[in-house]
Design a binder for this molecule. Structure first.
Ligand SMILES: [Zn+2]
Length: 255
């Protein structure tokens, strides 16, 4: 999330998480059970459909894919080959993340539809901890939720409040294929969940905004749709004016 794609570093400096019990808190609450249901669906699909070498082919330097490019909504395959190419891809993703002031980045955001994310909530090379997660699964989320002003590298310049669980427990593989389990809270939990959404059937941060918050960025989303159409000569594959909340996300957001 953020500032770009994840949360951008600059955004972080000025925007700290705040408890959601304020008067501006959205009326809809997150339902942890829905998160788990989504995670399980993701898990089953990745088990029987892994990325091929072709799926993982890339050409540096990587470029950020912006909304409304359909790659962001495509399904992401699981990874079962832990080789030098995968390490190089993760390195290149960190590279573009730092260059664009992000603190997290998912593979579909650089045009590769696989279940890989990188993040470093310090946002600077050589500071904080670089984390690479492959085929991540969320197996527990906190009941407590928080609002945070998120950005996304695929939505340059757009920031808005998104409510998410405050802490989570996840399973994932590391860059060598080793399994691990970790608890995340605070900013790392926020960044992870934003990136995890990208990997889960292409859920984007505005899918989790309240109607009110979404209205506040509607014109910016339309501007990105117009930019896509003028750059590609194609019709925008989605339009915020025709937006229908995706079923699983809507359920997730309902109190
Ligand atoms: Zn993002």
């Amino acid at each position: 999330m953020a500032a770009r794609c994840s949360v951008s570093h600059n955004a972080l400096l000025s925007l700290l998480p705040r408890p959601m019990l304020s008067s501006r808190a959205p009326s809809r609450l997150l339902r942890p059970s829905k998160v788990l249901a989504m995670a399980r669906r993701g898990f089953s699909s990745q088990e029987d459909d892994f990325a091929s070498p072709d799926d993982l082919r890339f050409e540096p330097p990587l470029k950020i894919v912006e909304y409304p490019h359909p790659i962001l909504r495509a399904r992401n395959k699981g990874i079962n080959t832990f080789d030098e190419n995968l390490k190089k891809l993760a390195d290149e993703m960190f590279d573009v993340m730092y260059k664009t002031d992000g603190i997290g980045l998912s593979a579909p955001q650089v045009g590769i539809n696989v279940q890989l994310m990188v993040f470093n909530s310090a946002g600077e090379r050589g500071e904080g901890e670089e984390i690479i997660l492959v085929n991540p699964i969320v197996y527990r989320v906190s009941k407590k939720t928080v609002l945070f002003n998120e950005g996304c590298l695929s939505f340059p310049g757009i920031y808005a409040d998104v409510e998410r669980p405050a802490s989570i427990k996840i399973d994932a593989r590391d860059i060598t294929g080793g399994s691990f389990r970790v608890n995340l809270s605070g900013l790392p939990a926020r960044v992870f969940q934003h990136e995890f959404d990208h990997l889960q059937q292409g859920v984007l941060f505005f899918d989790r905004m309240t109607e009110e918050v979404l209205s506040s960025i509607r014109s910016q989303l339309k501007a990105l749709e117009v930019k896509y159409e003028s750059q590609t000569g194609l019709q925008s594959p989605e339009r915020i004016d025709d937006y229908k909340r995706r079923e699983e996300v809507a359920g997730f957001g309902r109190a």
